[in-house]
Design a protein around this ligand. Structure first.
Ligand code: LHQ
Length: 258
């Protein structure tokens, strides 16, 4: 059984974390295959949106702790540099939207990978745990960067230290998520978001990501200059031409992601 499943349909790459009996906890094989799958999605021009979810009842329980304890395992010095950091870099630098559809518990690196997404939604029964401190670790997979920016310093600090379990409704209120859907609508509604994004001007969405990534550290002056550069690039796309043309002709635009 492959630990990562990929299905491509109508411009969307559906990626599923697939170790359901371990709540999709990451081992090396799964981390490396996710990296390769994200690379394939980046290279394939027909893919205009990535949709990442988990198989079974959990989204992802973070690092497989049995692998950490295994003397033949990859070892602590490789886990961040070869597993999680490259995953986060890929999600943030992929010039296409990544929808994260959190179908159940998201703990440790599993939660922080989720927060790296561009549109992050969950089912109402999901919950979120910064599980690291409970086993004597610090938040990784970008969590110490992302979480305070999403929910504010104080809440991030408390959650990272206490490792409290946060229900989806509370996570939504805090700003960890974009939307929460009830169990019955979750799959359809989250896939609808992916379908919308896959029909949008892909290059502009990639530039939006680039601008948001840089905004975390830029000054306003640097950010204005970057907006100028990226806007020139967006204005040079076929999709921009189509967007303006469709508006003037009072019709729905047909974007090609070019
Ligand atoms: C698991 C796991 C798991 C293995 C559930 N591993 N089997 C970076 C640097 C280097 C090293 C370490 O890690 C990191 C990054 C990190 O992610 S650190 C944080 C690692 N994750 C955790 O500490 C979370 C551990 N899991 C849990 O606390 C619970 O499983 C949660 C709260 C996520 C879910 O609880 P339940 O819904 O009660 O499920 P469960 O505990 O019964 O789990 C179901 C099965 O999944 C079970 O296996 P079994 O064979 O007994 O049915 C668990 O052992 C297995 N599982 N998480 N991380």
């Amino acid at each position: 059984m492959l630990p990562i499943l990929l299905k491509i349909e109508a411009g969307i790459a559906y990626i599923t974390l697939n170790r359901p009996d371990k709540l999709n906890a990451f081992n090396r094989e799964m981390a490396l295959l996710l990296q390769k799958t994200l690379d394939d999605c980046a290279a394939d021009e027909s893919i205009r949106c990535i949709y990442l979810t988990g198989a079974g009842k959990g989204f992802c329980a973070g690092q497989d702790l049995a692998e950490v304890a295994d003397p033949n395992g990859p070892g602590m010095q490789k886990i961040l540099s070869e597993h999680y950091n490259p995953i986060i870099e890929r999600i943030r630098n992929l010039p296409k939207p990544v929808v994260i559809a959190i179908n159940g518990v998201a703990a440790g690196a599993g939660a922080n990978i989720a927060f790296a997404g561009d549109v992050v939604v969950s089912t109402a029964s999901a919950n979120f745990i910064q599980a690291f401190s409970k086993i004597g670790l610090i938040p990784d997979s970008g969590g110490s960067f992302t979480l305070p920016r999403l929910i504010g310093f104080q809440r991030a600090s408390a959650l990272m230290m206490l490792g409290d379990k946060v229900a989806a409704s509370e996570a939504l209120q805090m700003g960890m998520l974009y939307k929460v859907f009830d169990e019955n609508n979750f799959e359809a509604e989250s896939k609808k978001i992916a379908a919308t994004l896959a029909g949008m001007p892909t290059k502009a969405l990639g530039f939006i990501k680039q601008a948001l990534n840089a905004s975390a550290t830029n000054t306003i002056t640097q950010q204005l200059a970057l907006e100028d550069t990226l806007q020139q690039q967006a204005a040079a796309t076929k999709d921009f031409k189509e967007g303006v043309q469709a508006f003037l002709e009072k019709r729905i635009p047909i974007y090609q992601g070019k």
